[in-house]
Design a protein around this ligand. Structure first.
Ligand code: SF4
Length: 349
């Protein structure tokens, strides 16, 4: 189902699904039992726009740490558990708002029942997810596309939860292959009523991940598919949150963010606009200014090409012009350019 129609899941005080709002999430890179580092990481991500954060539960210390972490953060916490049902129970008891767990990987039926009953009682949502590397053995040898294997794997896990009348479910089906991922999510959106957590897995370092994630997730987002998003980066969680925010903003799904445009520059450029552009964008981002701002390389075409911007600057020979909606309002020297533009930006806030 499209995001406006998916069944709504409660994650702490947040609602996920059943709305045209895509929640940003990321995953802590520190060991969960290193409580102070994790709290710092979560709070920094929350300040940048993360609606919730996930932590890995690898041992009892990690499961116990959830209680302490919860005291130091304001956004919902997700516990990521593989295979060990006892960790899931401990995580829920310690205050996790959502757990990521594939019930089909837990052999003890009684344990699954116990987790489900506790999750119901504590109003905890369960994310069921298949990754290209963890397709269920039942389907791995089938001669069918990876997208179908991912969907069948998830279906198997979901049916276990549904058997116990549990429906507070979120689904993910991630591959590092863009086409397979898109196809898997399209199929899942037709098959399941549950919200979808979308992402490209093992997407690589920053530059690669941003390209892959955008190529894979933008089509889905624009089709109305996807209720929560994670950009996986071999890098910092903070980078993941910023990348997710930028992608959602450009897809028209996150308004509370600046729109920055700059031209590629060409032979007409007589002044290096790159440092100025970088500084202006940082100012806009740091201060969360919801304006469209243009930094253009030349006076000849810059104001015209940037006419949709609320405010812009274009470089000439040793000077700049500042323009509003394409109309030049003043000329400034190179040395004055940044301060003069910021003054104009601030006057529009
Ligand atoms: S705005 Fe001017 S400098 Fe920038 S690409 Fe266009 S012509 Fe070149």
């Amino acid at each position: 189902m499209k995001r406006t129609e998916t069944r709504q899941a409660q994650i702490g005080r947040l609602k996920l699904g059943g709305q045209n709002k895509v929640l940003i999430q990321s995953m802590c890179k520190h060991k969960t039992s290193h409580v102070e580092e994790v709290i710092k990481e979560i709070n920094e991500c929350a300040a940048l726009g993360a609606s919730m954060m996930r932590v890995s539960i690898l041992d009892e210390e990690d499961a116990a740490a959830i209680k302490e972490i919860k005291k130091g953060i304001k956004i919902p916490l997700i516990a990521d558990i593989h295979f060990n049902g006892d960790f899931a129970i401990a995580a829920i008891k310690n205050g996790a708002n959502k757990i990521r767990l594939n019930p089909g990987n837990i052999n003890d039926e009684n344990k699954i029942k116990e987790i489900v009953e506790l999750a119901k009682k504590k109003k905890v949502t369960i994310r069921v997810g298949a990754n290209s590397g963890s397709v269920s053995k039942d389907f791995d040898l089938f001669d069918i596309p990876l997208s179908h294997k991912l969907v069948l794997s998830v279906k198997k896990h979901v049916e276990i939860l549904e058997k116990y009348d549990f429906h507070d479910i979120v689904i993910s089906l991630k591959a590092s292959n863009i086409k397979e991922t898109i196809e898997a999510y399209r199929l899942a959106s037709e098959m399941f009523p549950y919200p979808l957590h979308i992402g490209i897995t093992e997407a690589g370092p920053y530059d690669l991940s941003v390209i892959r994630s955008t190529a894979g997730l933008a089509p889905l987002l624009l089709e109305g598919i996807g209720d929560t998003i994670r950009i996986s980066i071999t890098g910092d969680a903070q980078q993941e949150v910023i990348a997710a925010k930028r992608l959602l903003h450009d897809c028209g799904l996150y308004e509370d963010y600046p729109t920055f445009i700059s031209c590629p520059t060409c032979g007409r450029t007589q002044v290096d606009i790159r440092p100025l552009g970088a500084k202006v964008f940082k100012y806009l981002e740091d201060n969360n200014i919801k304006l469209t701002v243009a930094c253009m390389g030349c006076i000849v075409n810059g104001p015209g090409e940037g006419k949709n911007a609320d405010i812009g600057i274009a470089g000439g020979k040793g000077q700049y012009v500042i323009f509003k909606k394409g109309e030049i309002i003043k000329k400034v020297s190179e040395a004055e350019a940044y301060d003069a533009l910021i003054k104009e930006i601030d006057s529009l806030r």
